[in-house]
Design a protein around this ligand. Structure first.
Ligand SMILES: N[C@@H](CCC(=O)N[C@@H](CS)C(=O)NCC(=O)O)C(=O)O
Length: 103
């Protein structure tokens, strides 16, 4: 059975951009919830996830935090058709000196 996936993000968050970059490189398209423009999404994240931290991938309503864990999950869930490719150089660039905006 197909799982319901939703990715909670902030566009300026480098960890979110890392996940989004990975998705882009692998042709993965998921519904995005931008908590900076949607207060309802932020409230949902706090209530159901337990904390306001992004990125957070909801898998059938269950939260998965941590960008690397999300990428690992996506690599397994979407592996096959196109093959999962992680661009290590791009990931390092995003990790390097990444500054998180205040929530
Ligand atoms: N280790 C986490 C770091 C995520 C992170 O620090 N996100 C920031 C936004 S850039 C955040 O949500 N901070 C709020 C908090 O941690 O309470 C990851 O890789 O996903």
């Amino acid at each position: 059975m197909e799982q319901k996936l939703e990715l909670y993000i902030m566009p300026t968050c480098p960890y979110c951009r890392k996940v989004l970059l990975y998705m882009d490189q692998n042709g993965i398209d998921l519904p995005l919830r931008d908590i900076t423009v949607d207060p309802g999404s932020r409230d949902f994240l706090k209530r159901e996830g337990g904390k306001v931290q992004v990125p957070c991938l909801f898998i059938d309503g269950k939260p998965l935090y941590e960008s690397d864990d999300i990428i690992t999950y996506l690599a397994e869930a979407f592996d096959g058709a196109d093959g999962a490719v992680i661009d290590e150089e791009a990931r390092e660039r995003l990790d390097d000196g990444a500054a998180c905006p205040l929530l």
